[in-house]
Design a protein around this ligand. Structure first.
Ligand code: ZN
Length: 460
């Protein structure tokens, strides 16, 4: 039985899909005005792992993740760059896909863009106006009437009045109430806009997710996920919009991944501790970043630092070292390791425990290498199959161990040339030269391992 922590109830619940054997999952994707940072990577990897395991359990999953390709930040950045919003968003969508594939993610089944769902968005705003849940203010913007939705605040377990207490009351004169939020915004001169019954404009952020999720998955679906900062107001507002528009329950299970902290501080541009995926991948093999993300359960906060990446690298090297020059059987009978791995994953996708099971398996595998080679090759196959559910161990062990960090120093060809020269020196019994080459490589962080099959190397 799969258990999922539901933000809505604040409890772990036994997962029951609306339709037997099928799961609909909508995850809020990124606003594509800049490169993905490691907080985005965390969310994207978390829901990738979640989707893999849901499928592994035999469910037919429809995984939808939207792309916010119209928004104030996009308009501002495009203006600064002196390019069209479309050219900016296309570049950033391509960059996101590239980052994500490098991090070992499988792409969602569908990635709807806000700009492709304008009619559906406008239709939903109209329904909300017709039902009295929305109004056009004096400025021409259309707002959601938060006080009219009696369950407003249920996701965050807060009352409307409490949410406002202490908050800066913004003095947008055309709103009836400070908690009201925008559904449709009037366009300024020259801005990208769409024709609507309320004039030329563009949608507010929240309404796009209500409109797209309903259109892709139906008005009531199983799982809705996103990053920790989306609980309020984004997801609260989505519930208010969708349930008011359809008159039905919107989502059964709300899932939120944890934050990424940098050296124990909140990551933010103003603190200068902000890392894009590209920054990190310039220093580390992408699988090291992925390992760091999946070695904690998706809900816990992750501390990101060079130290935590180095620890992740060392841990992953241990797994890959067990597979180095190791036979892998074509198939295997699941053992107690699979059972325990699945048990951990069924407990709200506890990847931290699942990863620890991989290490137990590796200890057994290393033992079997000298005692029982057939058993070792079966365990290696089992290790691969479990790691695949986390998106790990997909590289050739030799390649990973040589490229777990990206060195600015010697490239592979140069290293191989020195190794070849050393082989020749040893044949010539020139041990001084042979030792010098070893030392020279060591000074560049390259460690040589000699065996009967030849010489392999690892970056330290
Ligand atoms: Zn959203």
């Amino acid at each position: 039985m799969l258990k999922i922590y539901n933000t809505l109830s604040g409890k772990k619940e036994i997962f029951k899909p609306i339709e037997e054997g099928k799961v609909g999952m909508y995850v809020c994707g990124n606003t594509v005005y800049d490169f993905c940072h490691i907080g985005h990577a965390r969310a994207m990897i978390s829901f990738d792992v979640i989707s893999r395991f849901i499928r592994h359990l035999g469910y037919e999953l429809n995984y939808v993740r939207n792309i916010t390709d119209v928004d104030d930040k996009i308009i501002k950045r495009a203006e600064e760059n002196n390019e069209s919003t479309q050219s900016l968003t296309e570049r950033m969508i391509a960059a996101q896909r590239e980052d994500e594939l490098r991090l070992g993610n499988k792409m969602p089944d569908r990635e709807p863009k806000a700009t492709e769902f304008m009619q559906e968005i406008i239709d939903m705003v109209q329904i909300l106006i017709d039902k009295g849940f929305a109004y056009q203010g004096a400025s021409g913007d259309v707002y959601y009437r938060a006080t009219k939705f009696k369950d407003y605040g249920k996701l965050n377990n807060r009352k409307l009045e409490d949410m406002l207490a202490g908050a800066r009351i913004d003095v947008e004169v055309s709103k009836e109430h400070p908690a009201d939020f925008v559904l449709w915004k009037q366009a300024k001169e020259g801005e990208v806009s769409w024709d609507s019954p309320w004039g030329n404009g563009r949608p507010g952020w929240h309404i796009e997710c209500s409109a797209m999720s309903t259109n892709c998955l139906g008005s009531h679906f199983d799982i809705h996920g996103g990053g920790p900062d989306l609980k309020f107001p984004h997801h609260e507002n989505e519930i208010a919009q969708s349930e008011a528009a359809t008159g039905k329950d919107y989502v059964n299970y709300w899932m939120h991944c944890g934050a990424v902290r940098v050296n124990n501080e909140k990551m933010s541009k103003s603190l200068g501790n902000f890392f894009t995926v590209r920054d990190v991948l310039a220093k580390f093999n992408p699988e090291v970043v992925r390992y760091l993300m999946v070695s904690s359960q998706y809900r816990s906060a992750i501390d990101y630092s060079d130290q935590s990446l180095l620890e992740a690298k060392v841990a992953l090297e241990r797994l890959y070292t067990a597979l180095r020059q190791q036979q892998v059987a074509d198939s295997f009978e699941p053992t107690v390791f699979t059972e325990r791995f699945e048990e951990a994953m069924k407990d709200d996708f506890n990847t931290a425990v699942a990863v620890s099971v991989l290490f137990e398996l590796v200890r057994e595998l290393n033992k079997a290498k000298t005692e029982d080679v057939d058993k070792a090759s079966l365990l290696a196959a089992e290790l691969h199959s479990l790691a695949e559910l986390l998106g790990l161990l997909y590289q050739d062990p030799e390649y990973f161990l040589q490229n777990s960090t990206v060195s600015e120093g010697l490239d592979e060809a140069a290293i191989q040339a020195l190794i070849d020269e050393r082989v020749q020196a040893r044949k010539d019994k020139n041990f001084e030269r042979s030792d010098n080459i070893r030392d020279e490589l060591a000074s560049q962080g390259i460690e040589l391992l000699d065996s009967r099959e030849g010489t392999t190397w690892t970056r330290r």
